[in-house]
Design a protein around this ligand. Sequence first.
Ligand code: GDG
Length: 465
Amino acid sequence: MSRLIVVSNRVNAPTGKGDETVGGLAMALSAALREYSGLWFGWSGKTTDKFTGELNVERCDGVTVATLDLEETDLNEYYNGYANKTLWPLFHYRQDLTAYDRSYGEGYERVNQRFAETLAPLIEPDDLIWVHDYHLIPLARELRKLGVKNRIGFYLHIPWPAHQLMVTLPGHQKLVQSLFDYDLVGFQTADYRQAFEEYVLTEAKGVMVGSDLRAFGRTVKVGAFPIGVDAAEFAEMAKSERAWRTYNVMMAHTAFRSLIIGVDRLDYSKGLEERLAGFEHFLAHNPDVRREVLFLQIAPVSREGVEAYQEIRARLDSLSGRINGEYADIDWNPVRYVNKTYRRDELAGVYRAARVALVTPLRDGMNLVAKEFVAAQNPDDPGVLILSRFAGAADQLKQALMVNPNSPEEIAEALKRALAMDLSERVARWAEMFENVTREDVNAWRDAYVGALSDVRETHTALAS
Ligand code: GDG
């Protein structure tokens, strides 16, 4: 059996000491790495004055983790720059926030080279290499330059944008061409895969042969591999002591009100301002039931080194304060907005206590919160999921109440409908979604991807013509 090497910007391997915030994705990857006696490679999260290429190697819960330190400039140009000020906004359809600074592109290339040069000596002939996400698109090209012939797969966790948007990126062809140094390129949904194919067919005169895409004198396999959550673990966690404690605290504080929740990294792609506007619309137009609800938004801060994130944080502080100022009473605040990070088992308790979850990103590769919410529900009295049609998860969770996240009216109407929904409809909708979330869980996703990568026979095939 081949060894598996997982490469991602950050390494988030569990320590085996019951980490509280390590996500299902990290758990699933660690499980695979244990099975394949593999290696997880990425940035350490630390900076150094001068890049040395020295590796920090440790064992974390049966998994070998190798990390490297980067220079401050690397971070500013690669992580805070090209990855999070250029690719992230563009791929989430926020051209208005997209920065096209040449130094960012150079930093991005340099860090990918540094990753490749540090990783290459660790690679053995039969290793399967699985590269994750938009930070590392050119990594295979850099590895190939160093003579690496192994099977290398890439998985994009975020959307692939429409062709017309992609061509606004300076150097878009070079970036896309670098994906052809992989053997397998995986997307969250069929729509993103098609958007990628459309770009290649029109911009690079590519041809499709089955699931193979040929262009730039190379062939790459493409596929949709929708990511899942560890549904069984979440369902179990929702019944844990810690979850119960959180559930009871929440219930005591709601004072028989219906709890509406949102859980998101604080990010402009998650539609938080639009969601609050939708909730405000609901309050304004439903004076009779207004006092019967409470909206809890959990939004741990992220990417604080990027201005757009500081700005959205300030706007959310003021928006939530304004709504409370307008509608609160001496014994009730309609919005509770917290930036704290909770333990996963506490989160499971919060999900279970909620009557409604508002998952309304403006764009989202998949959205795991929607799936975690479904997994954590009480089968006898499940809550209702309100889901953006622009989340990848909308492809699978079809029984959710779908909304356009840009419309405060649609969000308000869906809230009204969800709060009034009778038990039998709630159970029927939830049961189908639960079946999907359980069947297409994180292990199924991982096995499908690794299986497809193992099956790639001819690697790095240059076309005869
Ligand atoms: C990217 C793509 C894709 C949130 N608050 C807390 C907390 N979280 C956890 C959630 C969930 C995770 O963070 C967020 O995952 P999402 O999928 O919702 O979003 P991104 O971070 O943007 O992830 C996305 C994903 O990659 C996987 O491919 O689905 O589309 O953008 O697991 O539970 N976790 C804890 N405390 C919190 O307060 N412990």
